[in-house]
Design a protein around this ligand. Sequence first.
Ligand code: ADP
Ligand code: MG
Ligand code: MG
Length: 498
Amino acid sequence: MASDEKKNKHGQLKTIIPLPMPKEELQELVEVTKDWALMHGAAMRSKSNFCEDSLNFAPFVLLPSPFPRKEFNRAVEMQIILNELMHKVAHNQSFLTSSLQETVLVDDFTGKLFKIYETIQDEGVTQPLSLGLIRSDIMLETDCNNPGKKCKAHAPYCCWKQVEVNTIASGFGWLGPASGLIHRFVLERLGLTDKLKDLPENHALKGLCEGMVEAWKIYGNNEAVIMFVIEDISYNICDQRFHEFEIQKINRNTKVIRRNLTQIAQTGKLSASNELIVEDYTVAVVYYRAGYEPGHYHSQKEWDARLLIERSQAIKCPSIQYHLAGTKKVQQALAKSGALEMFLSDKKKIEEVRGVFTGLYSLDFDELGDQAVRMAIESPERFVLKPQREGGGNNIYGDQIRDAILKIKENKERAAWILMDRIQPPIIQGYIVRPGGQKNLEVSELVSELGIFGLIIGDSTNIMINRQVGHMLRTKTASANEAGVAAGAGALDSPYLV
Ligand code: ADP
Ligand code: MG
Ligand code: MG
């Protein structure tokens, strides 16, 4: 751990203004920015002090964090390649099946998703189109052992590496742009208007919602609705509702309804022509903001609802094959040699994508799996151990990897996990402002994770729309393992391009 910290020190990126700020100026700025954030919907429902009728501002980093322009642009440009890749992976039955075959036997959740996928493939797909609202998450790497020339050129960091690609409930389409708005406000307040040009435009909300409206139009029934599949309690309510409001702004005839899986199970049915009917609504587009973790399925009824939706004519975001394509196991399978070549024909594209992968290792019961087990036991600090889960808080780090691996080493459950090289992002100085009336805000050492949003619509043979639509930046204290904003350690941020 100590040597990692030392390495990170080399990778410091310069802040937008020298820190710390004078105390009084800081206090005044924090106070007004908290109010601004709250009053502009950069907010969430509190988990610890829940009340449906009140909001807290979402934790945010006071000043935008530096991010190398070249790497930012490269991430933005690569998004349409990643969209295409994920789309093609989602439509390749033999790749999904072979990648997940060990995992579905031992991971009940992925197994159930896969069962739905198989059922649909056997019955015949009712709706060939998928709506992909994807978010590719990346971190800058300071410990770049990739021999590619490009990587060496940008010291103190060398390049960015992919953390994961989300294909379900890719949130922060609103809170991403909102963070940029907070920082515009802050820079204006500080009289730093000359720096505004270095905050990239961010139209994620508009881009994602245009995708949903586009899918709704393709469905071709003016009376039909877009249904958001939601959790029982939506903590991240601003992010979700702003999507709804934006849809209405783009096309006032597009109605949005919000239902959880239990409600859909109670009233959902298929018409004679397999239209999805929920209560009296015909559903054109299903947008999942839930359904990505076992806790969202209280009983078999919720699973039945998922299958019902999948059997219907509604255009799904994501369809079941897209959900599976976004699993960690498939990400690991894509990093195997020869895998990308199955999906991308352009050599340059293949090289670019391979260059952003960091080491990913299967824990299947074979020689490579055994080798990965040995590596993890020997130097756990070099890795992250990941199960097939989404939504943050599920991974294992540091010494706990060794304990976990020793526990599952001989157990068939092992194949439900993957091992990944731990990315060592450069350290940034900054202030994280959290709700709850902190006193004496101090400069902290932080690290960031950038998410790039992609929109893709197509079927197994044709891609109709493929766009990059915006970004989000989340920043956490350097010592924290994960960056979930609602979960605690993470904070809204936006890039200041350097
Ligand atoms: P989830 O689908 O739950 O978001 P992730 O793979 O994104 O799972 O992991 C959650 C968090 O863990 C990330 O946001 C990041 O902060 C951290 N993390 C994941 N993979 C790595 C990695 N390879 N190196 C460093 N940190 C990582
Ligand atoms: Mg994820
Ligand atoms: Mg993630």
